[in-house]
Design a protein around this ligand. Structure first.
Ligand code: NAP
Length: 342
């Protein structure tokens, strides 16, 4: 089997570190790893498969100095904007974890379980975009439900973990909690989140947009429509919660006026969907939670119920480890799909 030289741009970050875990876990055919970061981390080491690799500084020449087949970009949109062209020009395929290329109509936005057919578009620009973490876990649940009944509208409220804001986001929550127990929470720094995140919830993820929504909410809205190839009406309220890892979502799905939902059928299609687990037994207190999903590669759904007043409306709760399913695992699954297609 052919093996591939892999570059990880942002190798020292939350997503970059998890990419190494997932490449190993999914037995990805790795020839070599090129870990890249800013000059702050250059010279440190990462470990993969019992081998140490020195972290190098990302430069515009790095992709000509080292052979790279697949470049996973995970260091922020500005870095992808500036450096992905050097990777593409050197002959590598770029799998981008940032939001920079997602809405480019020439670039495929892929969730392998949902729209694998779109990957053929990778040839347009040599780039494949990984969707927003909250979008991925939601469209995985929407796809089998849309195939079953045809979705006309989705309303979602998210409960997003602080690791969605990277290592510094986790640090800020932990520090604020320590400060709380030391009776000095009022002095605690608020640098990553605009308000105190410890013992609080913040109904704002990312910046405000002219529409009145936030950028994260608009990502969920427009990416869902691009991935499902449908003009589904979507509204999102994205909320940051003091959870370290794994995003949760309360999702309300409206089907056509004439649909009378059969909950058993909904449970069956979700249970049978690839990489999806159904935990739906409220009488026995069983449903997915962030602790269920963390460090796993599944998306979990539960709390399925038919709306009390409208037989065509379904409510459910879903959870996934957003660093894995929402970033690293989806990227590696894209890379495996790309290998298969080529
Ligand atoms: P993070 O923990 O803050 O890590 C950022 C990484 O980028 C670090 O490796 C950092 O290297 C590197 N970096 C920063 N500036 C750089 C530069 N000038 N040149 C090269 N490398 C540079 O962030 P993260 O959570 O892993 O997120 C990375 C990207 O993935 C973001 O675009 C984010 O939106 C996206 N994403 C994150 C998640 C998530 O749940 N965290 C999910 C989906 C997508 P140093 O160590 O040198 O600073």
């Amino acid at each position: 089997m052919k093996k591939y030289s892999i570059a990880i741009i942002g190798a020292t970050g939350v997503v970059g570190e998890e990419l190494l875990v997932v490449l190993k876990k999914l037995n990805f055919p790795v020839e070599n790893i090129l870990p890249l970061a800013s000059k702050n981390s250059a010279g440190s080491y990462i470990e993969f498969d019992d081998k140490q690799y020195k972290v190098l500084q990302l430069t515009d020449k790095i992709f000509t100095e080292h052979k790279v087949d697949i470049a996973f970009f995970s260091a922020g949109g500005g870095i992808s904007k500036k450096y992905s062209k050097y990777a593409v020009n050197s002959g590598a395929v770029v799998i981008d974890n940032t939001s920079h290329f997602r809405m480019d109509t020439d670039i495929p936005l892929i969730v392998p379980e949902v729209n694998p057919q779109d990957i053929v578009m990778w040839k347009n620009k040599g780039i494949i975009a990984n969707p927003n973490c909250s979008t991925i876990q939601m469209v995985q649940a929407l796809k089998p439900l849309d195939d079953l009944y045809g979705i006309s509208r989705v309303d979602v409220a998210t409960y997003q973990a602080v690791s969605g804001a990277g290592k510094d986001g986790m640090k800020e929550l932990v520090t604020q909690l320590q400060d709380f127990f030391a009776f000095k929470l009022h002095d605690s720094k608020k640098e990553i989140f605009v308000h105190q995140i410890a013992l609080n919830v913040i109904p704002q993820v990312d910046i405000a947009m002219p529409s009145g929504y936030t950028k994260e909410e608009e990502k969920m809205i427009y990416e869902t429509r691009k991935i499902l190839h449908k003009d589904i009406k979507v509204s999102a309220t994205c909320v940051r919660v003091p959870v370290l890892r794994s995003h949760s979502e309360a999702v309300t799905v409206t089907f056509g006026d004439k649909i009378d939902i059969d909950i058993k059928k909904c449970q069956t299609v979700l249970k049978n969907f690839k990489n999806m687990k159904l935990i739906d037994d409220i009488k026995n207190n069983l449903y997915p939670m962030p602790t269920t999903a963390t460090d796993t590669d599944n998306t979990y759904v539960g709390r399925l119920r038919k709306d009390i007043f409208s037989p065509n409306i379904l409510h459910f709760f879903n959870v996934a480890d957003q660093v894995r399913v929402g970033a690293a695992t989806n990227s590696v699954r894209i890379a495996l799909l790309w290998i298969k297609e080529n």
